[in-house]
Design a protein around this ligand. Structure first.
Ligand code: SAM
Length: 246
């Protein structure tokens, strides 16, 4: 299964209705979807009447988003650490789900992104915290997982605790924090044995993380997948949402 197909499948496991419920009415509003991938959330906003700009750095994902010919949505290629080509103070909502963690210096990016909001405009962010915190993983892995997280952050690859600092980063940016909550997620934060499709999605996710295999070895991957299958499985990872206003 290629990456676009994996993203298509993941959509069903996130609680998008609960996330969208915190947003203002988007009818006729301008929305910037940062890290839009194949355009699933852009489509949802456009269906609510918004004029959407989706931005991503991956041309293959953008090609799929464009082929969908979503009314009122356009898709542009760009690096989220340099929004320079966009007009400042022009969006009613900036949305970014499961993307900011790739940029690692989240407070600096939020501080930059807010300039693209109209006064009174909203920023909505969704990120995971502690992706690999699942029980009953053998206890000895925890210390190694934390070292792996630290290395990923130091190498500016991925911030595995991104979800946990969203509120703090928003406050530091000068935006007003309006709402924060955790979201249920049937792939990233669930209890009980993983259904076959979720298990397979995790297997593919771990295969997309070569640094994990290099640092922790295939023994970790095997133990982690076995943990997901255990009837006593429990996720301690959480999906966090924050909504802030300029
Ligand atoms: C995990 S996907 C999230 C997709 C979608 N927002 C969702 O919630 O399902 C992360 C997306 O961020 C994009 N991305 C990561 N780093 C980026 C960067 N520096 N600039 C632009 N896009 C980036 C990736 O190409 C990918 O499409």
């Amino acid at each position: 299964m290629d990456l676009p197909a994996q993203y298509t499948q993941q959509y069903q496991w996130r609680d998008w209705p609960r996330a969208y419920a915190v947003l203002p009415n988007l009818n006729g509003k301008r929305v910037l979807d940062l890290g839009c991938a194949i355009g699933d959330q852009s489509r949802d906003f456009a269906e609510q009447g918004a004029w959407v700009t989706g931005m991503d750095q991956n041309p293959d994902l953008l090609a799929i988003a464009r082929r969908r010919a979503i009314p009122r949505a356009r898709f542009i290629q760009g690096d989220l650490s340099q929004l320079g080509g966009l007009q400042k103070a022009s969006f009613d909502l900036i949305w970014s789900s499961f993307t900011l963690a790739y940029l690692t210096d989240q407070a600096a990016h939020i501080a930059d992104w807010q300039h693209y909001l109209k006064p009174g405009g909203y920023l909505c962010l969704i990120e995971v915290a502690d992706l690999l915190a699942h029980a009953p993983l053998p206890e000895h892995w925890r210390a190694e997982v934390l070292v792996f997280y630290r290395r990923a952050g130091a190498a500016k690859r991925y911030d595995f605790m991104a979800g946990e600092h969203l509120g703090e980063s928003v406050n530091a940016s000068g935006l007003r924090l309006r709402h924060q909550q955790t979201l249920p997620d049937r792939e990233l934060a669930f209890d009980g044995a993983a259904p076959a499709a979720v298990y397979e999605a995790w297997r593919l996710r771990l295969a997309r993380m070569p640094a994990l295999v290099k640092d922790l070895g295939t023994a970790f991957v095997e133990d982690f997948l076995a943990t997901l299958r255990a009837p006593t499985h429990r996720s301690d990872s959480r999906v966090h949402l924050v909504l802030a206003q300029r």
